[in-house]
Design a binder for this molecule. Structure first.
Ligand SMILES: [Zn+2]
Length: 375
C-alpha cells in the first residue's frame, strides 16, 4: 500500500499541520510478528460507487464527494464473473524440458497482454473466497460502511503504457500505471498493472498473482473495518497493516489449494515458487520500512495459510489498538487473542496437509524476486 500514502499525503499534511516530521513510532510493531496499532492517522471512509474521498476543510475530516471522472482514464474494468478458458492450473501447461524444475515448464499464458484473462480467471475465486470468509459481502453493521461492500468497488487492469491518476486526474487519486499493484483507499479500487502482473507470473507462476490479489483485498477490508490511516510522517506505521495483508494472502492461497486451483500436494510447484519468492522479499529495517521483514512476511503468510478454517479471522491479531476485522457478533472475535475457529462449510474440504512446510534450500528454485503484495 505504498502508493496510498502518496495519494493521501497532501491532504494528510493539512490534517497533521506538518508539525510531526521526524516523529518516531512510540508504539513500534512487535519485532517477531510485526503486530501493532493500525496507525495514528485518521480513518478514511469507504465511499460508495460514484464518490471518492476528499478533505472537508471546515471540519478537517475525510468525507465522500461526488466523482466527476468515475472511470480512471485508460484503465480497463476487470470482470469478476468471467468464464476462464483454462481448466485447472493456470500455470504449467506442459513438460519440464530440462527436467530440472517445474518453473521451466511452458506457461499457460505466454504474453503480457494475456494477463487480463489470467486475472479474470482468478477473480471469481477471490470473490467466492471473501464471501466464504465473511458469510456474505455485506460489511457488519458496526463498521458503518458507506459503500456497503467488502469488495473493492472495481478491479482495474492497467494496460502497458497507460499512466493515470495523480495530477493528471485529480489530486486525491492514486497514481496508477502498468507496474501498479495497489489498493487505493481514496477511490476504493484495486489497480493491477499489466507489466507487473506479467513479471510476477512469468517469474513465479500463478500463485504469486493469487497472493497479490488477496493482499490488496486485505487492504480493502482494513479500510472498510475503519483501520486508522498510517501517518506518513511516522516511520513504520504501515507494517502491521502490511503483515496483515500478507496474512490474507496465506488465507486465500490455502482456500485456492483446498479447491484444487493451487498445487500444494502433488508436486507443490506453486508453493515452491511462492516460498522462494517469500524468502527474497521483505523490507530492510529502518525508518523507511513500510512492509514486514522477510521473517515477518513468511510468518504472516503462514498465519493465514495454516488457519484451520477462516484464515482472515486468524489475521485479526495484527492490530493491537482495538480495530478488528472480525464482526463483533462473531464468536471468533477476540482482539489480541488467539482466535477460535469454526468448522468449515461442506463446500470446502478440511485440509489434511496444511502443515507449515517452509522449504529450505530449494534446488533449482527460481532466482528472481517475487513481489507478493508490493502495494
Ligand atoms: Zn500492501
Amino acid at each position: 500500500m505504498r502508493k496510498r500514502l502518496a495519494a493521501l499525503t497532501a491532504v494528510g499534511a493539512v490534517v497533521l499541520g506538518g508539525g510531526v516530521v521526524g516523529a518516531s513510532n512510540t508504539n513500534p510493531p512487535d519485532p517477531l510478528f510485526g503486530t501493532g496499532p493500525s496507525g495514528s492517522g485518521p480513518s478514511v471512509p469507504d465511499c460508495p460507487v460514484g464518490q471518492f474521498v476528499t478533505l472537508d476543510q471546515s471540519t478537517d475530516t475525510f468525507v465522500c464527494a461526488i466523482e466527476t471522472t468515475p472511470v480512471p482514464p485508460g484503465a480497463v474494468a476487470l470482470a469478476t464473473d468471467a468464464a476462464c478458458p483454462v481448466q485447472g492450473d493456470l500455470e504449467v501447461a506442459g513438460a519440464d524440458p530440462d527436467g530440472d524444475g517445474p518453473q521451466e515448464a511452458p506457461k499457460t499464458f505466454t504474453d503480457p497482454t494475456q494477463m487480463k484473462t489470467l486475472l479474470e480467471c482468478i477473480l471469481p475465486l477471490a470473490v467466492e473466497w471473501m464471501t466464504w470468509e465473511y458469510g456474505s459481502l455485506t460489511p457488519p453493521p458496526e463498521w458503518q460502511s458507506e459503500s456497503g461492500t467488502l469488495l473493492p468497488l472495481n478491479f482495474y487492469y492497467v494496460p502497458t503504457g497507460v499512466t493515470g491518476g495523480g495530477d493528471s486526474w485529480a489530486d486525491e487519486h492514486c497514481v496508477y500505471d502498468d507496474t501498479s499493484e495497489q489498493y487505493c483507499p481514496s477511490d476504493g479500487n484495486i489497480y493491477l498493472g499489466e507489466q507487473q502482473i506479467w513479471a510476477d507470473y512469468n517469474d513465479h507462476g500463478d500463485a504469486d498473482v493469487y497472493g497479490t490479489i488477496s493482499h490488496e483485498m486485505g487492504h480493502r477490508i482494513q479500510q472498510v473495518a475503519n483501520a486508522h490511516n498510517p501517518n506518513p510522517d511516522v516511520p513504520n506505521e504501515e507494517i502491521p497493516s502490511e503483515n496483515m495483508a500478507d496474512c490474507f494472502s496465506g488465507a486465500f492461497l490455502v482456500y485456492a489449494e483446498r479447491q484444487g486451483y493451487i498445487d500444494a500436494v502433488a508436486s507443490g510447484d506453486d508453493l515452491i515458487d511462492l516460498f522462494v519468492g517469500l524468502f527474497e522479499i521483505g523490507d530492510v529495517l529502518g525508518a523507511e520500512q513500510t512492509h514486514g521483514t522477510i521473517d515477518q512476511r513468511i510468518r504472516a503468510f503462514f498465519v493465514g495459510y495454516n488457519a484451520p478454517t477462516r484464515g482472515v479471522w486468524d489475521c485479526d491479531f495484527y492490530y493491537t489498538d482495538g480495530v478488528t476485522i472480525v464482526p463483533l457478533d462473531s464468536p471468533d472475535t477476540a482482539v489480541g487473542q488467539t482466535p477460535v475457529t469454526t468448522s468449515s462449510p461442506t463446500t470446502v474440504p478440511v485440509p489434511t496437509t496444511t502443515q507449515s512446510v517452509i522449504p529450505a534450500g530449494q534446488p533449482g528454485g527460481p532466482t528472481t524476486v517475487a513481489d507478493l503484495g508490493k502495494g
